[in-house]
Design a protein around this ligand. Structure first.
Ligand SMILES: Nc1nc2c(ncn2[C@@H]2O[C@H](COP(=O)(O)OP(=O)(O)OP(=O)(O)O)[C@@H](O)[C@H]2O)c(=O)[nH]1
Ligand SMILES: [Mg+2]
Ligand SMILES: [Zn+2]
Length: 327
């Protein structure tokens, strides 16, 4: 007999996808199953993403069975096929995930030193995709004063911001309480450069995950890409909440910054909002104009100079893109 069940894609390795099927009345409802994707997807250029809601089809006659003849999920996806990817709320290229509600943008106060422009790009990408950015400053023990300065900067810009040391378990309880209080029914990912301590932090928050963590190379102050793939974990202590660990990215990943148009950029800077419309020129780009309300707010200390610098650099990157696409 043919069955269909919907579920959540939580991991993909080499064309085999792991899906947690919804509760229901098919023989595999509620199971964590492995499945292949429908052949057509490749031709149509569709790639299932971690976080996708999917419909899985299977035939009870071809399922693997245990000693009592009850169907059990087979490890090789035999007999199961992802037939449909349900409409996505959003999809990111890095980390490659769909349907995110919250992005924990993670960086270290030191080792590796934070690159605020990358942090701000991630924030803008999240905002543009209607994903709530939450700022997590790790390794506070390595540079406590700078961690506090950054915490103030991002709190003033309007974000939930946490400064902590996952290694020492210091400040982790506050983030755990925030996750428990706000994450029911939601999907989140921890994203940031390699070696900043994402997996260490997830282990401190949820010890049952037992994720692998790695040393960072002292010579080049870069992580070694310990986490190799995106994986979504159901949280046991919060209803229908999922959190993903993701592989850290390198700076190169963000050199090509062309995720949205220049016209949309200012709207991704939440602390600009009160000043939009108050500039002297209607078409103010907020980069260098006389009478710009945003530049004035930077001068008077309402907007952090580093945030405005990131804005200008993103604006330039998007401007270049605009000019290429006209050629
Ligand atoms: N001093 C200090 N070191 C930490 C802290 N958190 C993590 N580390 C160290 O930072 C290194 C990298 O940690 P990981 O958790 O593997 O980093 P990651 O962000 O998951 O890295 P990728 O998986 O490569 O993206 C490890 O040596 C950790 O022990 C912290 O709070 N303080
Ligand atoms: Mg990791
Ligand atoms: Zn302006």
């Amino acid at each position: 007999m043919q069955y269909k069940e919907q579920g959540r894609l939580i991991r993909g390795v080499g064309g085999l996808y792991e899906i947690v099927l919804d509760p229901g009345d098919t023989p595999l409802s509620g199971y964590r199953v492995a499945s292949r994707a429908k052949g057509n997807f490749r031709h149509e250029g569709i790639t299932p993403l971690v976080g996708d809601r999917v419909t899985v089809a299977f035939d009870s006659d071809t399922l693997t069975r245990d000693g009592q003849g009850n169907p059990i999920p087979s490890a090789d996806g035999g007999g199961l096929v992802i037939e449909e990817i349900l409409p996505r709320k959003n999809a990111l290229i890095r980390p490659p995930m769909a349907n995110l509600d919250v992005l924990f943008i993670t960086f270290a106060a030191a080792h590796p030193a934070p690159v605020l422009e990358t942090v701000d790009k991630l924030i803008s990408i999240a905002e543009y995709n209607s994903i709530e950015p939450v700022i997590v400053i790790g390794k506070r023990d390595m540079a406590p004063d700078y961690a506090q300065e950054l915490k103030n900067l991002y709190t003033c810009a309007g974000f939930h911001t946490f400064a902590l040391s996952a290694g020492q378990g210091d400040g982790v309880a506050e983030l755990h309480a925030y996750i428990r209080a706000s994450m029911a029914g939601k999907t989140a990912a921890f994203a940031g450069a390699s070696g900043v301590g994402k997996s260490t932090l997830l282990n401190a928050l949820f010890p049952e995950l037992a994720l692998q963590t790695g040393e960072i190379s002292h010579r080049i102050e870069r992580g070694k890409h310990t986490t190799r793939r995106v994986e979504l974990y159901p949280l046991t202590d919060t209803d229908h909440a999922y959190i993903a660990d993701t592989p850290g990215f390198s700076m190169l990943d963000f050199v090509r910054f062309d995720f949205f148009s220049r016209d949309d950029l200012a709207d991704t800077m939440r602390e600009f909002e009160p000043y939009i419309g108050a500039c002297r020129y209607k078409k103010c780009t907020h980069t260098r104009e006389e009478g710009c309300a945003i530049l004035q707010a930077v001068r008077s200390g309402e907007i952090a100079p580093s945030r405005h610098q990131s804005y200008v650099s993103m604006f330039d990157a998007l401007k270049n893109k605009h000019e290429w696409s006209k050629k």
